[in-house]
Design a protein around this ligand. Structure first.
Ligand code: FCB
Length: 480
């Protein structure tokens, strides 16, 4: 299905109506953490705890997007995007996670959504991108069943308030990371290191998703789809002796979330210590969790390689895999990596899209996150030549295009991220944006990747080559 792209070069066309978007999340960009009645979240607490975030960074100011939404809407328009995936900060809406509703929080998102609509950009709202109100964490957080109920109420409130003005709703972002990093290894808020809590959090996050789908469905028009964003990672065995271990890791990392959501079961291959304890699973829970969804969001960054290894005698490229003594995660030194240390493998995206196509035939799929961190810098001429990101983008869009040619029902792609932001435990040290943010002045500057991506979005096709032939589309905006 080769066609001619906008600049006359042969290209790979995407289906008509394909959504081209960029993603962000509230805590990572908004700042203004003490303004307009916002309550505290677990990330406020965590980032202010010494030693938890690189360089002691916090999201207190971040990209100051709360005060600069007009400018940021302008960036999306400048890129010619048709979708914007953002998240709604629970503590702005319900400062204590239940009860009292903060009108000023609702007003903020109402105006953001209206601003997107005015520009012809579809609002894609994530209900939960990791900002649990601290008041709920104090009552047990996701390890407590009550949080699932509170989450469903909050989700229903959002559906009532914003309804069909939001084009697509995403209940949870990456429940795996919320449970694993938040409660098992403690590298994310709330920083707990307890496997039992993590297994309980897994179940309650999934239950929260299912209850939220039902609660939102009861108030939303049928045409407005609700989905979930899962981070899935192809698990590859580095060596024949690791094939069985890789299957177990796949169950514990990927199928632990995919199977309940799609089929209402936990994966048989997962070990007991990672599975939610049977007494946590009440009658009806699994049916609630597999409430029909309108689409599945895939956050894809990289595959994981595993091999057998000794936790007490780790070799180069090895890190222990939580819950699996004798098995290590391994980064083969010959494979390309980003500055996060994440392996770059576009075929992993192709393969994961096929997996989803098999698991849920016909279900619309969206790439809700994909992108890479680079050591970006501004040249003396005022440019950011992020050629590695351009390569990454091209490789992954080509993988997405190939999957579509095979019949995979992929409907859109949202790049992570619109702009550099607070990268959780890595603070501001890791830049994922299409726009470079100078955090001292809050100036936004389009990187080379922004130019390339804008070209893709505007032409709905991917030009041949590495994108270096594409002429900059973005005239430097006044004041940049
Ligand atoms: C994902 C998160 C997102 C961002 C990217 C790099 O796991 O959902 O907020 O941090 O990683």
């Amino acid at each position: 299905m080769n066609a001619t792209s906008g600049n006359g070069a042969p290209g790979r066309r995407f289906p008509d109506g394909f959504l081209w978007g960029a993603s962000t999340s509230a805590y990572q960009i908004e700042g203004a953490v003490d303004e307009d009645g916002r309550g505290r979240s677990i990330w406020d607490t965590f980032s202010h705890t010494p030693g938890k975030v690189h360089g002691g960074d916090t999201g207190d100011i971040a990209c100051d997007s709360y005060h600069r939404s007009d400018e940021d809407l302008g960036l999306l328009a400048e890129l010619g995007l048709s979708a914007y995936r953002f998240s709604i900060a629970w503590p702005r809406i319900q400062p204590r996670g239940q009860g009292e509703v903060n009108q000023r929080g609702l007003d903020y998102y109402r105006s953001l959504i209206a601003g997107l609509r005015e520009r012809g950009i579809a609002p894609v709202a994530t209900v939960y991108h990791w900002e649990l109100p601290q008041a709920l964490e104090d009552r047990g957080g996701w390890a407590s069943r009550e949080t699932a109920q509170r989450f469903a109420e909050y989700a229903q409130l959002l559906a009532q308030e914003f309804g069909e003005h939001v084009a697509m709703w995403i209940t949870l972002n990456e429940p795996l990371q919320a449970a694993h990093q938040g409660y098992r290894v403690g590298t994310h808020a709330p920083g707990k290191t307890d496997s039992e809590l993590a297994a309980a959090a897994t179940h309650h996050l999934l239950l929260g998703h299912g209850l939220a789908v039902e609660a939102m469905r009861s108030v939303l028009p049928a045409a407005v789809p609700i989905g979930i964003a899962l981070d899935l990672h192809p698990i590859r065995a580095a060596g024949d002796d690791a094939v069985e271990a890789a299957a177990v890791v796949d169950a514990e990392v990927n199928r632990m979330f995919l199977e309940p959501v799609l089929h209402g079961t936990y994966p048989a291959a997962a070990r007991n210590e990672l599975l939610p304890a049977p007494e946590l699973i009440e009658p009806g829970d699994m049916r609630a969790i597999c409430a029909p969804i309108g689409f599945l969001g895939l956050n894809y960054y990289s595959p994981h390689y595993v091999r057998l290894g000794d936790w007490d005698d780790l070799r180069q490229g090895e890190t222990p895999l939580a819950g699996g003594p004798g098995v290590v995660s391994y980064v083969p030194p010959e494979l390309p990596r980003t500055v996060m240390g994440w392996i770059v493998e576009p075929d992993g995206l192709y393969e994961t899209l096929h997996t989803l196509h098999r698991e849920a035939p016909g279900l619309p799929l969206y790439v809700t996150e994909n992108g890479c961190a680079c050591d970006d810098y501004v040249t003396p001429e005022g440019h950011v030549n992020d050629v590695d990101r351009v390569d990454y983008l091209h490789g992954h869009l080509d993988a997405a295009w190939r999957a579509i040619q095979d019949g995979v029902n992929l409907r859109g792609y949202c790049h992570w991220s619109l702009m550099d932001n607070f990268e959780w435990a890595r603070g501001y040290q890791r830049r994922f944006g299409l726009y470079f943010v100078d955090f001292g002045t809050q100036r936004r500057l389009p990187k080379r990747s922004a130019t390339v991506y804008a070209h893709v979005a505007r032409t709905n096709s991917l030009a041949s080559g590495d994108g270096s032939v594409v002429e900059p589309l973005l005239a430097p905006a006044a004041g940049r």
